[in-house]
Design a protein around this ligand. Structure first.
Ligand code: ATP
Ligand code: MG
Length: 399
């Protein structure tokens, strides 16, 4: 069918044609905003889930909602190697300018700007990121050199300025698992100071499933500060079929029941896979309704596309040894595996295999769902490893 009218949207953070199965999370976000607007305390929210389940898309929905309610919104994607404090300073400056235009700054706004200046001088003395915020630093504020302390000063100053202007500030942070431990701790401490003062400033993060553990390790009280919301595959009974059928129906195209069943089974309801499958079968099917045969005949194309666009880039970031570790896990199956079992398969002791496993966690390929366990962060990664890396079979004794 006509590719120009193809509604599906496979990609990273690309808005799906039908955003399904996330009503509960969107509703909780509305509640969070409304409570903060009314001066009630509310926990910050962290969305967690595997790769490609729709975390970034959800953050975007949240941003649009917050903007529609006139909140100041700032967003950034955490990168492992980018320095944190200058990013925070740049975002803080954006938030201040959203709270009020500079010509109207007085009292608390000026104080927040001066605190930002201190923060910038403390953590980034060379490239002071204060264009348009040319005020003097505020001695004694955000200049201790301790990240938690100074971030707290900055957040509180911004939160107070925002409250004075009857506005809230929301920070949207994607890939939050890539924060360094001291950065995560700094954020937690700073947000905690704001929440104790019920200031209208909050964070919504998105990250891999290890986030609750990482936050807990950074600060024990983080469980009370954050609400972790896990999102996953769409339900096979309703949401996954809807994600597929609704966008097509809008354009007058239908699916046969067996065709839907086949795609839902193959994709296991994972949003990214559904979008990819939908896009390819739309392009290749001759006419509506899309039949089961249309669906099965494009399966090799779909698999090829998933390998190229989704799996391979992740596998490429590994060393030979790490790849062998992943292969051993894949052979054991898609579920979480005990470190001891995987180590045995690559012919090593748990101690010897420990660093390999840690590096894979660090690279965002594995996470630990429980003590001594490891699982793939990428859905169906086991299948990919088996179909593409079978040359690595028989790891035992070869490591
Ligand atoms: N609720 C949904 N319904 C249908 N499709 C969705 C939904 N959420 C996301 N998608 C689609 O899934 C794909 C992946 O979404 P997104 O990039 O937000 O995932 P992610 O969890 O951020 O992945 P990653 O961890 O790799 O960053 C996109 O193509 C998007 O259009
Ligand atoms: Mg994402």
């Amino acid at each position: 069918m006509d590719p120009r009218r193809n509604p599906y949207a496979p990609g990273a953070g690309t808005k799906p044609p039908a955003l399904v199965g996330r009503d509960k999370q969107i509703e909780s976000f509305d509640v969070l905003l409304e409570r903060l607007e009314n001066g009630y305390a509310e926990q910050s929210m962290i969305i967690t889930g595997l790769r490609g389940v729709g975390k970034t898309v959800l953050l975007d929905v949240f941003r649009e909602k917050a903007e529609a309610r006139d909140w100041a919104t700032v967003e950034w994607e955490v990168e492992k190697k980018a320095s944190f404090a200058p990013r925070v300073a740049a975002q803080a400056r954006k938030a201040l300018l959203q709270i009020a235009p500079k010509a109207r700054w007085k009292d608390r706004m000026l104080r927040a700007a001066a605190t930002l200046k201190s923060f910038t001088l403390t953590f980034n003395p060379d490239g002071a990121m204060t264009a348009g915020v040319d005020v003097d630093a505020l001695p004694g504020s955000a200049d201790s050199g301790s990240l938690s302390e100074d971030l707290g000063d900055l957040f509180v100053a911004i939160g107070e300025a925002a409250r004075d202007h009857g506005i809230g500030v929301i920070l949207l942070l994607d890939e939050i698992q890539f924060l360094q431990p001291e950065e995560l701790e700094g954020l937690i401490v700073a947000l905690h100071r704001c929440s104790r003062r019920t200031l209208p400033i909050t964070l919504v993060g998105a990250g891999l499933p290890q986030m609750p553990r990482l936050a807990g390790e950074a600060k024990s009280y983080s469980e009370r500060l954050f609400r972790f919301v896990r999102i996953g595959a769409l339900s096979a009974s309703k949401d996954a079929p809807d994600a597929l059928v609704l966008p097509a129906r809008e354009l007058g195209v239908e699916y046969e029941q067996d065709a839907i069943g086949h795609i839902v089974t193959y994709t296991e309801g994972y949003p990214y896979f559904l979008q990819e499958y939908g896009r390819i079968v739309w392009d290749e099917a001759p006419a509506s309704p899309i039949s089961e045969e249309d669906v099965t005949s494009v399966l090799p194309m779909v698999e090829e596309r998933l390998d190229e666009s989704f799996f391979r880039v992740r596998a490429e970031r590994t060393t030979e040894l790490e790849l062998r570790y992943l292969y051993a896990m894949a052979e054991l199956g898609p579920e979480p595996h005990r470190a001891t079992d995987v180590a045995r398969r690559v012919g090593r002791t748990v101690e010897q295999a420990g660093p390999i496993r840690s590096r894979l966690i660090d690279k965002g390929l594995l996470y630990t769902p429980g003590h001594g366990l490891a699982a793939f962060t990428v859905p169906q990664f086991d299948r990919y490893m088996i179909r593409r890396h079978s040359g690595l079979a028989g790891g035992v004794g070869r490591a």
